[in-house]
Design a binder for this molecule. Structure first.
Ligand SMILES: [Zn+2]
Length: 405
């Protein structure tokens, strides 16, 4: 039987970077390439109801072992796309045996994956790890999760492990906040599910940010600079001024734990017009709402100074903190802790400084906490994962299936 990392190495070769700009579902047609590979593998394993739909969601289930039909119907979900923040094309994974805890030179660029900058690497000492060559991201987020779920299914089937009904879902476009948009919950038979989309395998994640996206359009007044006095409004400068009205302490690079932020994700502009995109995040619902008001106030102040209509702001909520939806089903967390302990791990609760497909699904009626994949430094060229921790992630899934059967 293939180990999780062996499947993983196949999946990362497939380019599945989601595309915020395309407006399509899936956002990038390359996501279908991985979906079709997964469909073939699921069929090969002997899973039932294997399908990929027009939006590139892959579903399958495993009917309960006779005698276990009344067991809790459990789902496992991971996403197939990778973050648009770094290239996911022509990924060249590098396997490094017996990692000794020192800095790693990424061969493709000479960049250093440094332990002082990424202290999580210390958790990988003694493991065999997979890094990038520095030119792309790796795709452990979340192809490691896909590979782990796949390997767990393979193990159950191959080793004839008794189980309740198990559902599997692989989603596109999680990284652009759309992973749950077309999830077919009506036909997904699980009562509860876990996403396998975290980092550290010791981590249990069931609290996440409340999240919104803000789009800002700025209209300038462009005239010849020689005759600009009291006439020109430089849209790019107005954007900078607007940004300066937001507290510096509320930037991602200045926050941690439960602290929320405004994150300027893109800024393009010239004299005549400018565009800014922000994401707004906070674990606390009231502080989340307050941040939206803060941005609205900043825009109002700029419009007061430069004239109505100079800046237009559109805010759209993306997802909410799943804690509220998990609380009535805390067995999901207690059993996950048990599953981790059985795998020899030391469970810790980690507030997610992001979101997962599971947050949205929890609000749509499928309570869905998040498990770790054994990867770290997601969304960039320093991404890496441990093949030993990936095996642990498989073990956790198998333990959960045993606990719930
Ligand atoms: Zn992810």
């Amino acid at each position: 039987m293939q180990r999780a990392y062996e499947r993983f190495l196949n999946y990362v070769k497939i380019h599945t970077t989601s595309d915020e700009e395309s407006g399509l579902h899936p956002s990038f047609k390359g996501e279908f390439d991985l979906a079709h590979v997964l469909v073939d593998e699921l069929k090969g394993l002997g899973m039932s109801g294997v399908r990929v739909d027009e939006h590139c969601y892959v579903y399958a289930y495993l009917p309960a072992t006779p005698g276990y039909e009344n067991a809790t119907k459990l789902g496992f979900i991971a996403h197939m796309d990778t973050s648009p923040e770094a290239s996911g094309k022509d990924v060249k994974p590098v396997i490094r045996k017996d990692y000794d805890g020192s800095d790693i030179v990424l061969e493709g660029t000479g960049d250093i994956l440094s332990v002082s900058r990424f202290p999580e690497l210390k958790d990988f000492i003694g493991d065999t790890i997979i890094t990038t060559d520095g030119t792309t991201l790796l795709g452990a987020d979340d192809k490691a999760g896909v590979a782990e779920i796949m390997t767990a299914m393979d193990t159950i089937i191959t080793e004839n492990i008794p189980h309740g009904e198990i559902w599997v879902g692989f989603t596109p476009d999680e990284e652009i906040g759309e992973g749950a948009d077309f999830f077919d919950l009506k036909n997904f038979g699980a009562t509860y599910a876990y996403t396998v989309d975290g980092g550290d395998v010791n981590a249990l994640e069931y609290e996440n940010f409340n999240a919104a996206g803000a789009e800002i359009a700025i209209k300038g007044v462009s005239v010849h600079p020689g005759s600009a006095k009291d006439i020109m409004v430089n849209a790019a400068l107005v954007g900078m001024e607007l940004h300066s009205l937001l507290p510096e302490a509320m930037r991602p690079e200045n926050t941690e734990g439960y602290e929320g932020f405004f994150h300027l994700t893109s800024f393009t502009g010239q004299v005549s017009s400018a565009k800014m995109s922000y994401i707004i995040r906070d674990h606390d619902h009231d502080l989340f709402e307050a941040k939206k008001v803060m941005l609205q106030d900043a825009v109002a102040a700029i419009n007061k100074k430069y004239g109505d209509g100079t800046v237009t702001l559109t805010i759209k909520d993306s997802y909410y903190n799943m804690l509220e939806k998990i609380k009535p089903h805390m067995h999901l967390i207690e059993n996950a802790r048990l599953a981790l302990k059985k795998a020899g791990l030391n469970p810790i609760d980690v507030p997610v400084r992001g979101g997962t497909d599971g947050a949205r699904l929890s609000y749509d009626g499928l309570p869905c906490p998040n498990l770790g994949t054994g990867g770290c430094n997601f969304h960039g060229t320093y991404e890496c994962c441990s093949i030993d921790k990936m095996d642990k992630a498989v073990e956790i899934i198998l333990n959960l299936i045993e606990i719930y059967r």
